[in-house]
Design a protein around this ligand. Structure first.
Ligand code: SF4
Length: 248
């Protein structure tokens, strides 16, 4: 018997498919490159530097602001395409986020249990799809694990569904792969050093798995019908897409 093909999904794939299946096709089937967005580069640099900082903390090595600044400088020195002279705004944007993070948290940086933790699981042995991802950080709390995801923007008034789905995906990953009960889900917004913390909702997780299953079925069927709308304005593929919504 031919083994059943498993569709590999992630939160990013689910989110893009729900944004517009045609955008998903461009990105994951045709592999059209996405444009360079400085804001995303700043976020990626800050994530990487915080990862290094917390690795050091986890190893019980000393950290202070000088160490953090040196880690930022080292990151730039080691990245072949990053040049402070060429991208001064990316440098200063990342440094400002790291300065703010240190000011707000240096007295209690916590003790992470997992960092940049990769996971992949199938919700059940019969599922035709798997879910994978990388979790920024998981801390141990007295009553279970706390999943933490860093965002480079400002804290919104309420947690958008997109972030709720992302955090619940990570909670499923921790529970399935690491066999740890997740007690808390935190989205930490670096631009104003404020977070939104929620408890995992089992009903939401069950509905989320249904969303993954529906997406997997549609991907396997090659069902990528465009869903144009106002969101076309911030689609990475709008310049090439014949279905994009226009004002006219
Ligand atoms: S431009 Fe609009 S219709 Fe086209 S892929 Fe993007 S979101 Fe979909």
């Amino acid at each position: 018997m031919t083994p059943r093909r498993v569709t590999r999904l992630s939160f990013t794939k689910l989110s893009l498919f729900e944004f517009c299946p045609t955008a998903y096709r461009y990105r994951y089937v045709e592999r059209v490159p996405t444009p360079f967005v400085p804001r995303i580069v700043v976020g990626a640099i800050v994530h990487a530097v915080l990862h290094r900082l917390f690795e050091r903390i986890r190893s019980r090595e000393r950290v202070d602001k000088t160490v953090l600044d040196q880690m930022h400088a080292d990151y730039w020195a080691q990245a072949p395409r990053l040049d402070r002279e060429r991208f001064p705004d990316i440098w200063s944007g990342g440094q400002a986020l790291l300065d703010g993070y240190w000011r707000a948290n240096h007295q209690d940086l916590g003790r992470p249990m997992l960092l940049e933790s990769r996971f992949r699981f199938r919700p059940d042995p019969e599922a035709g799809f798997s879910i994978e991802g990388v979790i920024d950080r998981v801390d141990e709390t007295p009553s279970g694990a706390a999943v933490i995801d860093y965002k480079s923007g400002r804290r919104p008034e309420r947690l958008p569904d997109r972030l709720r789905a992302q955090l619940h995906t990570y909670a499923l990953g921790v529970e399935q792969v690491h066999q740890r009960r997740v007690e808390r889900l935190d989205a930490y917004f670096l631009a104003d050093n404020a977070d939104i913390s929620i408890a995992p909702d089992p009903d939401y997780s069950a509905a989320l798995l249904d969303r993954y299953a529906t997406t997997a079925e549609r991907v396997v069927e090659g069902e990528f019908t465009a869903t144009p709308g106002p969101h076309c304005d911030w689609c990475d593929f709008r310049d090439r897409c014949p279905y994009r919504a226009t004002d006219a």
